[in-house]
Ligand binder design. Structure first.
Ligand SMILES: *[C@@H]1O[C@H](CO)[C@@H](O)[C@H](O)[C@H]1NC(C)=O
Length: 360
């Protein structure tokens, strides 16, 4: 016979022992230039937890906000000065209208008109289920109103949930239609920020030219660099050669999301992040800490450690390098990892050989 109580106790125990992430220091910028979906979280409310924000055409160019499956999934949200936008349709998230006398909540929707916006601050936090690092959109204020407040969702038609604004200090609850407070989480989508599709290399005796063709859903960008050969910093591949600084490139390593080993970070000795991140800056940080390995990720993060699991060993195919295709915040000519992919380097022995891995 199945002991339901024992199973419930086991599950409760599992939830409590979920590993928690370490929060990188610093404040995230209020602009998110890559496309994302907005996930809704409230771990104590399974009916809304981990579902997504959808758009529903509302006439006049407005789009109302519902929890899926109602409405259309939106994969192309961006954040402009703290305001959620869908640039393709020219709408942004605002608050206004349909004020409820019972619980003092107000509608959150998107429009091309100039209604006062909902202003958010991207903030690192740990996912309540997985313990992994995530970026949440914390409500700063309804523009023109006191700071604070929450985004909440409440029943609308046919069991759907619509999005609303719950003002700071509010204790009123509509017993018939409770507005459930939720966290909005940034989930980068496949097009973010660019996809490295092709690497073309041509080499002549006197110079080497590398061309990386970057494409995303709507744009195509060519990056060309030419340098006299041989130099210590030239590279025909889409990573930054750091052998002159005493570090060799190992490859583009998977983080926990792409590895199935159950461990957390590929490198877990130290971390930092900044708006001016480059591969040089990261490896200098790791060198200062005496670490054997270092690497960049997510454009702005730097991770260091003295070992990594064999399950995180990067591939040596050219194609594998394309996962590390996020431009560094401090130098758009360099790649600093990707979405849960780490541009991984190893410290070369002092005075010893220093050669990057060979990719083919
Ligand atoms: C979940 O919703 C309830 C009801 O609004 C709220 O009191 C609680 O703080 C929410 N929890 C989280 C983690 O947002």
């Amino acid at each position: 016979m199945i002991n339901r109580k024992a199973i419930a106790a086991f599950l409760a125990g599992a939830a409590v022992t979920t590993a928690q992430c370490s929060i990188p220091p610093g404040t995230l910028p209020t602009n998110i230039g890559y496309n994302f979906r907005a996930q809704v979280q409230n771990a104590s409310r399974p009916e809304v937890h981990n579902k997504y924000l959808n758009f529903l055409e509302a006439g006049g160019g407005d789009k109302h906000l519902f929890i899926g499956p109602v409405g259309t999934p939106t994969y192309d949200l961006t954040l402009v000065d703290g305001v959620i936008h869908q640039q393709a349709s020219g709408v942004r998230a605002v608050i206004g209208g349909e004020f409820s006398e019972i619980d003092h909540t107000t509608k959150l929707f998107t429009t091309g008109r100039s209604d006062p916006a909902a202003q958010f601050q991207p903030t690192y936090a740990c996912n309540p289920d997985t313990g992994l690092l995530q970026i949440e959109l914390r409500l700063v204020r309804w523009v023109g109103h006191p700071d604070g407040g929450f985004i909440c969702v409440r029943h609308s038609f046919d069991g759907s949930h619509e999005f609303r604004y719950d003002p700071p200090g509010n204790t009123l609850i509509d017993p018939a239609r409770e507005c459930i407070r939720v966290t909005l989480v940034v989930i980068p989508t496949g097009t973010a920020p660019t996809t490295l599709s092709t690497v073309v290399t041509s080499t002549t005796a006197s110079s080497s030219t590398s061309v990386a063709v970057i494409s995303s859903a709507s744009t195509s960008v060519s990056v060309t660099s030419t340098s006299a050969a041989p130099t210590s910093t030239s590279s025909s591949l889409p990573y930054t050669d750091q052998t002159a600084n005493g570090w060799r490139y190992i490859g583009c390593a998977p983080e926990e999301r792409w590895a199935t080993d159950g461990a957390f970070r590929t490198l877990s000795g130290a971390t930092t992040s900044s708006d001016t991140m480059t591969n040089e800056a990261c490896l200098a940080f790791c060198a200062a800490g005496g670490f054997a390995y270092g690497g960049t990720e997510w454009s702005r993060e730097c991770w260091c450690g003295n070992s990594y699991a064999s399950t995180r060993q990067p591939a040596t195919t050219l194609a594998s390098l394309a996962k590390c295709n996020y431009r560094c915040t401090g130098n758009s000519g360099q790649f600093c990892g990707g979405d849960s992919w780490l541009s991984l380097y190893a410290k070369c022995p002092t005075g010893g050989p220093c050669q990057n891995a060979v990719f083919s």
